[in-house]
Design a protein around this ligand. Structure first.
Ligand code: ADP
Ligand code: MG
Length: 388
């Protein structure tokens, strides 16, 4: 469903009255800085043109009614004062968790009717879940006059996903969906949520950033995330630091020696090397974008992928195949984006080469017997907003 009028009609047919407004919140890709956000590090996401949209109306009777055009099944009906973490609720836990987090933070949400629809591919590493949370948070913020900032809404949305749904994600996805600006990438310091909008005008440089959605999701992912997170925490502890953010790139080699001597697990050494070097790569990419040298960011993206593949070990054959094929057929650089073990790759490419690179990737997938990936350009788009 792409049309707002359709969404309003669906709401009205479902709930018997017109909605009070319509809101949108985008999915995202992360340009650089992966698995850094739970280490207080840097990330650099940009919003996609793909959005979750919500038509919403307030209720005063404590009822929360949720419906998505994208999942089978009817309206999910809950009571706001009975919401509690880990109750299940399937997909509805994402918007319900936002209501719970807002109420936990002391905001008076007396009920709502919500009709959702989304063009963000789900489970593709493009943050369809954050889009759903942030669109819900923004709509309720506006309707109930809560006066929360975009960053405050993002933090509450993250709390919903962590504590209510039970997914231990960092804050990047929600911040990207809430705070991104068209034509920019968001340089975010996840330690204090300081942000800077970095101009990222691909078209002006004759470039495209392709998203290749491999459409695979290996089951390994969930446990691996927790294991990487614990490994990074162990590394920071062994180095006597609060988080790996405290380790500057210049001190990395010495720190790796210290870790090895202290008998740290070999995997911890690799994880530390990834996180610290990826933080440095964020700063490198920002310097290049600020200098107008966007093309030169390509090899930095590829170096990021190699680090995710060999040091953090969160890639998979499908992601590696996209990166190697794209780079061998004229791309400027490529890396997996998001949590890995499937999901998507971003490919920086000259506009003139985009079709040839896409064709090579599709052919490589066919010859490996993999499912056909989805390919589309990531146009840096606006963050969450009211649209009706
Ligand atoms: P990602 O955020 O990378 O897309 P997640 O596993 O974090 O992947 O979130 C995907 C989940 O979010 C889906 O399984 C579903 O529960 C929920 N979701 C996303 N989009 C929608 C939608 N349009 N309608 C209902 N639920 C959705
Ligand atoms: Mg998600």
């Amino acid at each position: 469903m792409t049309d707002n009028a359709e969404l309003v009609t669906a709401f009205t047919e479902l709930y018997g009255t017109a909605p009070e407004g319509v809101w949108a919140a985008p999915g995202r890709v992360n340009l650089i800085g992966e698995y850094t956000d739970f280490n207080d590090g840097f990330v650099m996401p940009l919003a996609l043109p793909h959005t979750a949209r919500a038509a919403v109306g307030r209720r005063t009777d404590g009822e929360l009614r949720l419906h998505s055009t994208d999942v089978p099944g009817g309206v999910v009906q809950l009571r706001v004062d009975e919401l509690a973490p880990h109750q299940g609720h399937g997909w509805a836990a994402y918007p319900a968790g936002v209501v719970w987090a807002l109420r936990e933070a002391g905001h008076r949400i007396t009920g709502a009717d919500i009709q959702l629809t989304s063009t963000v591919p789900t489970g593709a590493g493009l943050s369809s879940s954050a889009a759903l949370e942030v669109v819900t948070a923004l709509a309720l913020n506006d309707l109930f006059g809560l006066g929360l900032s975009a960053a405050e809404l993002a933090v509450l949305a993250q709390r919903a996903e962590n504590a209510f749904v039970g997914v231990p994600c960092g804050v990047m996805d929600q911040m990207a969906s809430a705070c991104c600006v068209e034509g920019h990438a968001l340089h975010l310091d996840t330690r204090d949520l300081t942000q800077r909008q970095v101009p990222f005008d691909l078209a002006a440089h004759g470039l495209q950033l392709l998203v290749v959605d491999t459409r695979v999701k290996h089951a390994l992912g969930d446990g691996a995330y927790a294991e990487r997170r614990a490994g990074c925490e162990a590394g920071a502890r062994a180095l006597g630091m609060g988080t790996l953010r405290d380790l500057p790139y210049e001190g990395l080699d010495a720190a790796l020696d210290t870790l090895a001597e202290s008998g740290a697990d070999e995997s911890v050494v690799r994880y530390v090397r990834h996180v610290v070097s990826d933080n440095a790569r964020v700063e490198q990419v920002i310097a290049l974008l600020d200098a107008g040298e966007v093309r030169a960011a390509g090899p930095v993206l590829t170096a990021g992928h190699v680090s995710l593949r060999d040091d953090l070990r969160v890639s998979c054959p499908e992601l590696d195949l996209v990166v190697s094929t794209a780079n061998a057929s004229g791309a400027l650089g490529a890396r997996m984006t998001g949590g890995g073990f499937g999901g998507s790759v971003i490919v920086l490419v000259d506009e003139a080469d985009a079709d040839a690179v896409t064709k090579s990737v599709l052919e490589a997938f066919t010859s490996h017997g993999y499912a056909t990936p989805g390919v589309f350009p990531a146009v840096p788009s606006a963050g969450a907003r009211r649209i009706g």
